[in-house]
Design a binder for this molecule. Structure first.
Ligand code: UGA
Length: 436
């Protein structure tokens, strides 16, 4: 197939490279000149396992441009992959999305199929058709095709998807969806063709449900600490029931990133707009916000003052092994520690540059190249994401390198029984003995 992809952020670029690797002809368009220039040179602009390799080996099937006319005029199939961020009131900001529709309407010289991969509120696909056709003499087939990629395993998610969901309104839409499903698949998977409203809501309801699981287990973790239970054991016992399963039951300092916070707020807003109270989602959001304060309170209770203490931060990406710091729990945590005049030493194998950009005016933050350089001489260590590299650290590393081995683990990376010799605090589990 020949496909134009509009928006070469996370979703657009991974889709472009993956489809090119399967032999499809991909024309990628983005307004960001720097990004397009790097992609033209064969440099992946995001860190994602296998992405660079696939980009390098699929060059002959990839073209990139900042010229929308080139990308759109001749296109028959267009994927819209621009971001739909959260507005201040929690609603979904569709400004980028409508800019793309305006561009398509202005440039199209033939009928086109528009595949919407961006996460958009229920009803948007229908609105998009009228919007385009009112502004253009061409006809548009609109197909909702929400994406379900997780950062850090996005290429693998495309190779082995759990499901492909298409929202269509016509027989022609059904035919094209099957063609697209064929274009995507190396392996057999569940393909569901349904209405655009269903497809749009499946995306929000899925992210809302997963976020709800995380907040639920975090709420139970808070209770564990009061009643002397261990959240890791509780979650394990729960997961033995296959109806519950073991995914998204890892307690910690809460969810972040560019999806869950935005989509839970978006879902709450959409429900509210339709006069449906969605208290479960409201609580999910509130519990998530309280989880950072819950973690910080442990630290503030332990240290009467943080003034002048060296605090090593391991992990500033919103989860481990990503460069993305959007809505990372590390941001409010570091801000709170700076307010207490702590000296911050940050290490993250991928996310440090982006974090540095957020905190560029703060001279009390030092960035180091190795985990050991962060913990060396530190008064306390905070672990804020589940980066693979941190899981390999041993109690003896903290004991040998730190002033006193005091650890606050916001992601429960270690077994308590492995942390002998340290003062180890985690989430929803008993702390080990205080070191005086
Ligand atoms: C999420 C969904 O998992 C994808 O299916 C979806 O396509 C994507 O959003 C999207 O809408 O584009 P992602 O944001 O990459 O993917 O990250 P997740 O792995 O889902 O993690 C989200 C947050 O929840 C992270 O901060 C993570 O640390 C946290 N989390 C996750 C937990 O605290 N506990 C868990 O058990 C699982």
């Amino acid at each position: 197939m020949e496909i134009t992809i509009i928006g070469l952020g996370y979703v657009g670029l991974v889709n472009a490279v993956y489809l090119a690797s399967l032999g499809h002809q991909i024309f990628g368009y983005d307004t960001n000149k720097n990004k397009v220039s790097l992609l033209k040179q064969g440099v992946a602009t995001i860190e994602e396992p296998n992405l660079q390799e696939l980009l390098s080996s699929s060059q002959k099937n990839l073209r990139f441009t900042t010229n929308h006319k080139d990308a759109i005029r001749q296109a028959t199939t267009i994927f819209i992959c621009v971001d739909t961020p959260q507005s201040e009131d929690g609603s979904v900001n569709l400004a980028n999305f409508y800019t793309v529709l305006d561009t398509i309407a202005g440039d199209a010289i033939q009928d086109q199929t528009i595949i919407i991969r961006s996460t958009v509120p229920v009803g948007t696909n229908k609105i998009a058709k009228n919007y385009l056709e009112n502004k253009s003499s061409c006809k548009f087939e609109i197909i909702s095709f929400p994406e379900f990629l997780s950062q850090g395993c996005a290429v693998d998610n495309l190779i082995h998807p759990y499901r492909l969901i298409f929202g269509v309104t016509s027989q022609n839409g059904i035919r094209i969806s099957k063609e697209i499903a064929q274009a995507f698949l190396l392996k057999k998977t569940q393909v569901m063709v349904t209405s655009p409203e269903n497809a749009e809501l499946i995306k929000y309801a899925s992210n809302g449900f997963l976020a709800m699981k995380v907040s639920y287990i975090n709420n139970i973790a808070q209770l564990c600490e009061k009643v002397g239970a261990d959240i890791e054991k509780v979650a394990k016992g729960m997961s033995l029931d296959p109806r519950i399963g073991d995914s998204f039951l890892k307690a910690g300092i809460g969810y972040g990133g560019s999806c869950f916070p935005k989509d839970t707020n978006g879902l709450y807003w959409i429900a509210n707009d339709n006069s449906i109270p969605m208290e479960l989602i409201r609580s999910t959001i509130q519990i998530n916000e309280s989880q950072v304060a819950f973690f910080l309170n442990k630290i503030f209770k332990r240290f009467r003052s943080l003034n002048g203490l060296d605090v090593a931060i391991l992990g500033v990406g919103f989860k481990g092994d990503t460069e993305d710091v959007r809505n990372s729990q590390a941001t409010p945590i570091v801000k709170a520690l700076l307010e207490k005049n702590a000296n911050i030493i940050v290490y993250d194998p991928l996310a440090m540059d982006n974090f540095h950009a957020l905190f560029s005016r703060h001279s009390h933050i030092k960035y180091v190249d190795y985990a050991f350089d962060a913990i060396k001489g530190a008064d306390l260590v905070l672990i804020l994401n589940d980066c693979k590299e941190f899981k390999d650290l041993k109690a003896s590393d903290f004991v040998s390198f730190m002033k006193k081995p005091i650890i606050f683990d916001g992601r429960n990376l270690y077994k308590i029984s492995d942390m002998d010799g340290t003062e180890y605090h985690s989430i929803g589990r008993p702390s080990t003995n205080k070191i005086s």
